[in-house]
Design a protein around this ligand. Structure first.
Ligand code: ATP
Ligand code: MG
Length: 437
């Protein structure tokens, strides 16, 4: 397969999915990706900004991923297309099959059967229907511009959106909603029912009945916004308590659907419902490993042998690493050793991000992390207790709540469980809480 054939296939897929053919920038992005060019080079070639081209690229990968039912991005486009075409060309007649169902992208529904199909000479005039394609509504989903391999640590939103092309054939409907504007449960349910009830002959009265009659994947992101700040983790804001009942109902009643919740704080009913043989599971994302080096490579940092130290200090968090890499480039011309030579851990723009998280803590949690930040080594709960004026139950609740926010790290030492803070939070707490007074 050469790039011209790949462009022809991509053009077919785009046309089938959106009714429009590839524009010249999209073709140029595909050519560039085929030749392993950087977005910067493609941007220069097209006299556009790198950001503009990256955004166009992201939309294109999302579209092709949905159309092919496979996860496609810039670095995998060539291999996936070559592999896909090899496995879909039948010996008898070079028949390329493209998804044939309804696809709803960013709120616009295209019924491919209604769209006149442009077919290349390489494709069959009468393609067989393919594996099912779900209805998708990702209109609310953020755009993720760059991806690096490695599932050991990835942002919650990024990982979930990345997962969709891989599992979409399992579902009839997939819907992503961010709760960042705090919709009431009623508003959310009405919105979900509207989406999953399209084209159904019988109107079903409740969401749970829709979830029984179809297989749906509902992704609710930014759940923490419906929890009360400055209280222990997972307390719903007044008026939002019914979300808890809804999650419990979904976990305990029988239906065919799945719900993915993305949150800074674990809802308390979920903590009580999960277990090995139970339908409710939680996944705590760890940071990226060595693959985070791609972030540094892109930011042109020097001294690759020191990168693992940085990844460890910032716990492989891709967003933090991006911010820190920018700072290293801006202040030290990319020299990692110069950055590391200072005794303090620089936070820079990270400080405001950490502030958003720490500002949600209750008073007792603040006391615990302030004290932990002053300890050089991980400590047992009894030692925390001896040094703070908190009742035993208030202390245990505070430590448990910090665990549900993933703000403290547990360290096993023989039989004992010790607690500590991540280096970044130690630095933040020292700067913020301890400077007062
Ligand atoms: N594997 C990865 N490789 C490179 N960049 C990544 C990776 N995963 C996430 N990112 C980038 O890191 C940033 C944070 O990711 P994401 O938004 O998914 O985090 P999140 O856990 O959803 O954060 P929040 O809880 O604040 O919404 C984004 O800019 C994303 O593009
Ligand atoms: Mg997110």
């Amino acid at each position: 397969m050469d790039i011209e054939e790949a462009l022809e296939l991509a053009d077919d897929l785009t046309f089938t999915t959106t009714g429009q053919q590839l524009d010249s920038l999209q073709k140029s992005i595909l050519r560039g990706a085929w030749d392993n060019q950087k977005y910067r080079e493609i941007a220069q070639h097209n006299h556009r900004s790198e950001k503009y081209v990256k955004e166009a690229g992201f939309k294109l990968w999302k579209l092709l991923s949905v159309a092919l039912g496979e996860d496609i991005h810039k670095s995998t486009f060539r291999s996936r297309f070559e592999k896909w075409i090899a496995s879909h060309i039948s010996n008898s007649g070079n028949c390329v099959q493209i998804g044939n169902d309804n696809i709803n992208l960013c709120g616009e529904t295209w019924q491919s059967s209604e769209v006149p199909r442009k077919r290349s000479s390489k494709t069959s005039q009468n393609p067989e229907p393919t594996a099912k394609q779900p209805r998708l509504d990702l209109g609310d989903a953020p755009e993720i511009l760059t991806f690096y391999d490695g599932l050991s640590g990835i942002g919650k939103t990024a990982l979930t959106l990345q997962l969709i092309p891989e599992i979409q054939h399992e579902f009839d409907y997939i819907i992503y909603r961010s709760l960042r504007n705090c919709p009431t449960l009623k508003t959310l349910q009405t919105n979900l029912i509207k989406f999953v009830s399209q084209q159904q002959e019988i109107e079903l009265p409740s969401l749970i009945e829709h979830l029984r009659s179809s297989r749906c994947l509902i992704i609710l992101d930014d759940l923490q916004t419906i929890f009360t700040p400055r209280q222990l983790a997972g307390h719903y804001q007044p008026g939002y308590e019914n979300y808890g009942t809804f999650f419990k109902q979904l976990a305990e009643s029988s239906h065919n659907s799945c719900l993915i919740l993305l949150s800074w704080e674990k809802p308390r009913e979920i903590a009580a419902l999960e277990g090995e043989n139970r339908p409710c599971k939680s996944l705590q994302l760890n940071g990226l490993g060595a693959e985070a080096g791609e972030i540094f490579r892109e930011k042109r940092l020097a001294e690759e042998e020191k990168w693992s130290q940085l990844i460890d200090l910032y716990r492989g968090n891709p967003l933090w690493l991006n911010i820190i890499a920018t700072m290293i480039q801006d202040l030290f011309g990319g020299s990692v050793s110069e950055f590391l030579s200072y005794d303090t851990l620089f936070l820079g723009d990270l400080e405001s991000l950490l502030h958003q998280q720490c500002d949600r803590l209750s008073e007792s949690e603040k006391q615990v992390i302030s004290w932990l930040a002053s300890e050089a080594e991980p400590v047992e709960i009894s030692k925390i207790s001896a040094n703070l004026e908190l009742s035993p139950s208030a202390l245990l609740q505070a430590v448990q709540s910090l665990g549900r926010r993933l703000l403290i790290e547990k360290v096993k030492q023989g039989e004992k469980t010790l607690f500590t803070l991540q280096p970044v939070f130690i630095e933040y707490v020292k700067n913020q809480f301890l400077k007062v007074g």
